[in-house]
Design a protein around this ligand. Structure first.
Ligand SMILES: NC(=O)c1ccc[n+]([C@@H]2O[C@H](COP(=O)([O-])OP(=O)(O)OC[C@H]3O[C@@H](n4cnc5c(N)ncnc54)[C@H](O)[C@@H]3O)[C@@H](O)[C@H]2O)c1
Length: 245
């Protein structure tokens, strides 16, 4: 029996990278999947891939910075599958720019996806969990929620925010059968990392390579399943040794 047998999982940012790899793994473990992403074409493709392999899956075009979109996502998910048991709150964007050159608009855009979006999805997930008697949430932060980084100020501020938002929500809802943890990846080979940065990031990582999305997905599955039944409020760092330096 799969680790998520019979569960319904919403995956934001599920059209690509870590979200896609996690959605595919959740499906292998018996979950029905709702892919939520801005990217309609890639989101539909992942939904079709899941359907073709025998998984019940839905794609809902969603901008996580829009309250209406996020409310619609959970309405569609519940309408199709009855309830939502697992939420992987993962959509995010990066930025690489010296902080003294950042426009306020660039700051706001990043924080709006990477922190506001995480809150909006978490709030809607909680509303559902409270109605159905519980659930599990995994928020994607980053190792940059734990250590400083140059030329990534709004990203680092958001990811640090996600780490502590996770702690706060975990404490707030721990007695309602709701577990909430964060995953903190190091450098993972996905489209979010510009090609020209990859060699430098490999060299900066003690294991000497980038992580693969499915290596994060396995840790996300751990946090999303009963294997982590006594964990809530944690941030699990999976970074090839970067933050151990
Ligand atoms: N790849 C890494 O090195 C790394 C490291 C640490 C943390 N992360 C985090 O992992 C998460 C997933 O990133 P990834 O590496 O898989 O990148 P990715 O670019 O492959 O995937 C991100 C997905 O989020 C979607 N998205 C972006 N803005 C959105 C919005 N407003 N609403 C809905 N969907 C939106 C994109 O369309 C894309 O499909 C992000 O939160 C990222 O910050 C990635």
């Amino acid at each position: 029996m799969g680790k998520l047998e019979g569960k319904v999982a919403v995956v934001t940012g599920g059209a690509s990278g870590i979200g896609k790899a996690s959605a595919l793994l959740f499906a292998q473990e018996g979950a029905k999947i709702v892919i939520a992403d801005l990217n309609e074409e890639k989101g539909q493709e992942v939904m079709e891939e899941l359907n073709n392999s025998g998984t019940e899956a839905l794609f809902v075009k969603t901008n996580v910075t829009s309250e209406d979109d996020v409310q619609n996502l959970f309405k569609e998910a519940a309408g199709q599958f009855g309830q939502v048991d697992v939420v992987f709150n993962n959509a995010g964007i990066g930025v690489n720019k010296p902080s003294d050159e950042l426009t306020f608009e660039e700051w706001r855009r990043t924080v709006s996806v990477d922190l506001d979006g995480v809150f909006l999805v978490a709030r809607e997930a909680l509303r559902g969990f409270l109605k159905t008697g519980g659930g599990v949430m995994v928020n994607t932060a980053s190792m940059y929620g734990h250590v400083g980084v140059a030329q990534n100020a709004p990203y680092a501020a958001s990811k640090g925010g996600v780490v502590n938002l996770t702690r706060g929500l975990a404490v707030e809802y721990a007695d309602r059968n709701i577990r909430i943890n964060a995953i903190c990846p190091g450098f993972i080979d996905t489209p979010i990392i510009p090609e020209e940065m990859k060699d430098g990031l490999k060299a900066a990582t003690p294991v000497g390579r980038l992580g693969q999305a499915d290596e994060i997905a396995k840790a996300v599955l751990f946090l999303a399943s009963d294997d982590s039944s006594f964990m809530t409020g944690s941030s699990l760092i999976v970074d090839g040794g970067y933050t151990a330096q």
